[in-house]
Design a protein around this ligand. Sequence first.
Ligand SMILES: O=C(O)CCC(=O)C(=O)O
Ligand SMILES: [Fe+2]
Length: 327
Amino acid sequence: MVLNPGPTNERLPAANRDGGLEQDWAGDDQDWWDWYVTLAANDDQDVEITDGPGLPDVAPASDEQLHAELEEPYDLPPGAIASFAQDAFVRLPAVLSAAVVRRLAERLEELLRAEHGDDVAGRFTALEQMWLHDDLMRAVALSPRIGGLAAALLGEPAVRLYHDNALSKESGCGRTPWHHDAEHFPLQTTQAVTAWMPMSAIPGRMGPLSFARGRDVRDEVADLAFDKVGTSYDEAVARRFVERDVAVEAAPFAVGDVSFHSSLCFHTAGPNRTTQPRRALATTYFADGARVVDSPTLISGTWREFLPGVEPGGLAVSELNPVVGRS
Ligand SMILES: O=C(O)CCC(=O)C(=O)O
Ligand SMILES: [Fe+2]
């Protein structure tokens, strides 16, 4: 991928302003997200903010219910593996019960508030590696149900955890730029998948994750230059998809729906034009046996935190990458 030269982006750490993409990210994970959302084009026409759907209107699950549900295998509907293989993403209903979503959403609210406080309007606030210090988040990241789905969809005998994430698109925050995650994960394999688990219903105005359909879509945009300071790459990808009739699915999520997108899947998310933060837990798994690329880039963000002790070219295994799912 080539790099567009351009003006300074004040969200880029000073150490990353010069040079190309092949350098380590110099900030933390939150700095990365604060920079990354500046690369999305936004049309400022519709600024009306409406109420969000609220959290699921049920009692939160108990510890026992939550653990039992996340341990139990999920029966994939017929055709799900084939449609994931073809489309590079799949949306599955009722992977989580409303009670489990409620419990996780309440815990996530506490964790986000503790880290980022209340003054977050308009931002994209993130947390990662929650599983290392929170028991409920550990049950999600190490869930045999979610990891098992990841292994089954990828057709891998075993998958390892790359990292967990909380993705909170706060009220008024704009779009997430078009991208595919193979760029973000410094792995030599594209056998990697992210489970995106909304923490409420997500109507269209709240910025549901949206997917370009097809595992070969990246060939359509492979010639476009990444822009580390402005929105030109995001705009060029959007334009290309229109020109080439690439179908984009931007449906709302119901409570308990979970999507799985491959690292080959191009995806974006709309702005959050509701009063409620648009929150999801996103956990990424990759095929056991994968290696780290020889030259990670700044788009790989804080990858060394997720693969401690692993060097470029090395086997992607550390104490933070347990095998979670088997199929
Ligand atoms: O939550 C978002 O808006 C983006 C998430 C994303 O890109 C991902 O989970 O791979
Ligand atoms: Fe992504």
